[in-house]
Design a protein around this ligand. Structure first.
Ligand code: PGA
Length: 249
């Protein structure tokens, strides 16, 4: 069944102590305000174990995972390491991983597959850069990202996927996609999934919007029929703002 989800991507922010304090505040609010919205936080790797211990109503996600299972990969973090600290989700294919660290569609396809095999739920990110939108090829760009990494999955595997549409020009810029732009792309993505995996999986898929989402614009973004929640960067670093976004449903 399609879920409403608000996930906080902390990126490379917070010390361990700050992260535990932030997670504790979010956990407290969520535990006192039961709702159908699934709340997730994605702290840095170093914080996962300790942050996980304060979370009981909030899901725990990594921001990345290795494309390899184990072995001589200095500096990498494997999916089994993540599940061993009780992470349930992994953000895969964030635009910062794609653009700064050169992660290709082929690498991301591998990451999605091994994350699923380990029992993690991938939060798979896609989205176009400004030039691509201005050239009117944004639908093609997003289609290719999804086809390359997700069309290799079996329907059963795909049923565990969450997609986050994050137009790169909206990430950290303060300029969010308009509700109409978000809805248009989310609807496009759902139709694409329908053509590959059928109506039931397309209907059950949660598609999150990411890119300068904040308490002041979350409501109008989430009000769209194909926008099932948000992947939140900057505004997830303050409990008050993050909670404001959760309340937008
Ligand atoms: P932002 O980041 O909310 O700071 O724009 C979103 C993201 O990168 O996931």
């Amino acid at each position: 069944m399609r879920k409403n989800i608000v996930a906080g991507n902390w990126k490379m922010n917070t010390t361990l102590q700050e992260g535990i304090a932030l997670a504790t505040s979010v956990e407290k609010w969520v535990s006192e305000h039961p709702s159908k919205v699934k709340v997730i936080v994605a702290p840095p790797f170093t914080h996962l174990s300790d942050v996980g211990k304060v979370l009981h109503h909030v899901g725990l996600s990594s921001q990345n995972c290795s494309s390899e299972v184990s072995g001589a990969y200095t500096g990498e973090v494997s999916v089994s390491m993540l599940t061993s600290v009780n992470a349930a989700y992994a953000i895969i294919g964030h635009s910062e991983r794609r653009s700064i660290y050169g992660e290709t569609d082929a690498i991301l396809a591998k990451k999605v597959k091994i994350a699923l095999q380990a029992g993690l739920t991938p939060i798979f990110c896609c989205g176009e850069i400004l030039k691509e939108r201005e050239s009117n090829i944004h639908f093609d760009v997003v289609r290719k990202q999804i086809e390359e990494a997700l069309f290799i999955l079996t329907p059963e595997e795909f049923s565990h996927i969450i997609i986050a549409y994050e137009p790169v020009w909206a990430i950290g810029t303060g300029v969010n996609a308009t509700p109409a732009q978000a809805q248009e792309m989310h609807q496009y993505i759902r139709k694409l999934i329908l053509s590959k995996f059928g109506a039931s999986l397309a209907d059950d898929l949660s598609i999150l919007y990411g890119g300068s989402c904040k308490p002041s614009n979350a409501h109008e973004l989430f009000a769209n029929p194909d926008v099932d929640g948000g992947l939140i960067g900057g505004a997830s670093l303050k409990a008050e703002d993050f909670i404001g976004i959760i309340q937008a449903f």
